[in-house]
Design a protein around this ligand. Structure first.
Ligand SMILES: [Zn+2]
Length: 253
């Protein structure tokens, strides 16, 4: 193999895609040819940098696929045409791919700021589903708030507001202790027609901003808001409109 052959095969060599014979030939050429060895080391270092950037700061899959596409498809073309793999424009393409990756890292970090609410909403949905599956919907089954509210006394470090909304079409079914956001919380269970609704309540932190949040996750609608001193998370397979109606009723009882 001469220098030109090595240039053609170097990417396959880096990807460990070459057959044994070709691999050995590239290796023995790199041992003897300083110029090819330096090019190989540069290319290999650039690869490592790109891989590191990708593994430490995972951009969304769709974005990563988009970023990976141009340089790789160019490379495929290049292999077929047996052109120099070290052409300046190729290096430029690689460098700009790295630049775009760093940009993606920035976007990724911005997206991460949303993550705590997303994580919590996942917890909320999981808790809702668990309460339906485990036949453990209520610890205290009662439509009377004067039965439900006192039941929580001594079980929590706060006194949850319990309102009866049967007059507004959301009958109370009961209450349950649950565990969310790394703390014990109140779960109040309401019903709308055949739909079960879990309302999770716990005190908000003093410095917590008044963020409202809603999302649909795994087919469940989730809304979150703060009212008075409390955090509310409302989750159900009930449609968004009626769930928001319940949210408003809880917001201003
Ligand atoms: Zn060489």
């Amino acid at each position: 193999m001469n220098c030109q052959d090595v240039e053609i095969h170097i990417h396959g060599f880096l990807d460990r895609e070459l057959e044994l014979g070709a691999t050995l030939e590239v290796e023995s050429h790199l041992e003897t040819c300083t110029s090819c060895r330096m090019k190989f080391q540069e290319l290999s270092a650039m690869r490592t940098a790109m891989q590191d950037a990708m593994s430490y700061h995972r951009a969304p899959d769709s974005l990563r696929a988009l970023l990976q596409k141009p340089p790789y498809s160019v490379r495929e073309q290049n292999r077929k045409q047996h052109k120099s793999l070290f052409a300046p424009w190729r290096m430029l393409a690689s460098v700009s791919a790295v630049a775009v990756l760093f940009l993606a890292v920035g976007i990724g970090l911005q997206l991460q700021e949303e993550a705590p609410l997303d994580r919590l909403s996942e917890e909320v949905v999981a808790s809702h589903v668990r309460s339906l599956l485990a036949a453990h919907l209520t610890d205290v089954a009662s439509s009377d708030r004067h039965t439900v509210k006192p039941w929580f006394e001594g079980k929590l470090d706060f006194s949850p507001p319990v309102v009866d909304l049967s007059g507004q079409g959301f009958p109370l079914i009961g209450g349950r202790l649950d565990y969310l956001n790394a703390r014990a919380v109140t779960a109040l269970i309401y019903r709308r027609r055949q739909h079960v609704i879990n309302v999770f309540i716990w005190p908000k932190d003093a410095d917590e901003p008044q963020v409202e949040y809603n999302v649909t996750r795994k087919g469940y609608n989730v809304i979150s808001f703060k009212s008075g001193e409390m955090n509310y998370w409302v989750v159900s397979d009930l449609n968004k409109k009626e769930l928001a109606e319940l949210g408003n009723l809880l917001h201003a009882p």
